[in-house]
Design a binder for this molecule. Structure first.
Ligand SMILES: Cc1ncc(COP(=O)(O)O)c(C=O)c1O
Length: 356
């Protein structure tokens, strides 16, 4: 694939933002590429970041045929840049594409697009401790026609957003409400695809629990509201005692997280046992009340590890580990981020270094 690089006008360069938050600022350039059945993938280019012009009838606006990914570029101590397991995000992107009846991207070309874009935009990778450059690839259905069918044309794009440390003042455990009424995703549906509709479906409940004083929602399985699935847009894990970690087994309605998978691989090397199992919410609440569960945390690219302070369920509250973050969350966070930022050797071959 030949990616054409369009020049960037001097006045198209934005100043680097002072206070980084999540997803508010975007770098100067973006990658775009189009697909039609006749031409296949074509017109791959990196040009100035800016709006698209799309017909009001465009399929994505009406039938939500779209997918996305989320990964990060990290500034290494030597000034170069690390990507973390980008191959896994590409595989998930294409699995999501298949589930949503969309055209897959070429994995090599997609990675090349990310590497070229991040290389050109390397000054947007923050130096600040705990900050990073969030990479957001997306694929949208662009056919300008109404009627429910798989689109005959697609737009693939990648944008970059410098983001601050998720926990600016150290770990900040969050209160989580267990939703018994509403669900995020159903088995056989699209919960294991990274598609916008799953997130749209979560918004109403997320807003409701905020009014109750909670920050995130814990999702149960849709059929029985009996099994623990995910927390917010993260996978979830619980710690029993101080050496046993358990996480829900992938069910078809859980997004297979790359952070979760990384913890499954590295936890045994840190001396933990880790199990994937069907976790009944009633057992989890009982074990929390008995103090057998000492920690609970979300796992995902944005926060890496996000400790839970307490769970609310049917008007009762269950405090986790005295409401403080625990040592397992801290160790997993430290170990993963040390690898991501290239502060330690990477024994798992998870990182791809871009020399700048
Ligand atoms: C619904 C959902 N679950 C889990 C995750 C965690 O996945 P990852 O660790 O790959 O970021 C994400 C974030 O991508 C998500 O959106």
């Amino acid at each position: 694939m030949q990616i054409s690089i369009e020049p960037l006008a001097a006045d198209a360069r934005k100043p680097f933002p002072q206070n980084l938050t999540f997803g508010k600022y975007f770098s100067d350039r973006m990658f775009t590429q189009k697909w039609t059945a006749e031409q296949g993938w074509y017109d791959a280019k990196i040009g100035p970041y800016g709006p698209f012009t799309l017909d009001p009838s465009t399929a994505v606006f009406h039938y939500a045929q779209e997918i996305f990914e989320g990964t990060k570029a990290y500034r290494r101590p030597d000034g170069n840049i690390n990507l973390f397991r980008p191959w896994e995000n590409i595989k998930r992107f294409n699995r999501s594409a298949t589930r949503m009846a969309m055209q897959q991207v070429d994995p090599e070309e997609h990675l090349e697009a990310i590497v070229q874009l991040v290389t050109l935009e390397h000054e947007w990778v923050p130096n600040q401790d705990g900050a990073s450059l969030y990479i957001r690839p997306a694929l949208i259905a662009t056919e300008p026609a109404l009627g429910v069918h798989a689109s005959h044309s697609y737009l693939h794009f990648i944008i970059l957003s410098p983001v601050g440390p998720y926990f600016a003042t150290g770990f900040n455990p969050v209160p989580v409400y267990i939703s018994d009424d509403y669900v995020r995703a159903v088995r056989g549906g699209v919960g294991d695809a990274k598609t916008g509709g799953n997130y749209a479906a979560s918004l109403y409940v997320s807003e409701q629990v905020k009014e109750l004083g909670y920050q995130q929602v814990l999702w149960l399985d849709a059929a029985e509201r009996r099994y623990v699935e995910e927390v917010g847009s993260m996978n979830i894990a619980f710690v029993y005692g101080d050496k046993r970690i358990v996480t829900p087994a992938l069910s078809g309605s859980i997004l297979p997280g790359i952070t979760r998978d990384s913890v499954l691989k590295l936890a045994p090397d840190l001396g933990y046992t880790i199990e994937e199992a069907r976790l009944e919410v009633s057992d989890i609440l009982r074990d929390l009340a008995k103090g057998e569960i000492t920690e609970a945390f979300g796992l995902g690219t944005a926060a890496v590890v996000a400790p839970v302070s307490k769970f609310g369920y049917k008007e009762k509250e269950y405090v986790v580990g005295g409401g403080e973050s625990g040592p397992v969350a801290k160790q997993l966070f430290q170990t993963l981020t040390d690898i991501q930022y290239g502060r330690v050797a990477d024994p798992y071959d998870w990182t791809l270094t871009i020399k700048v």
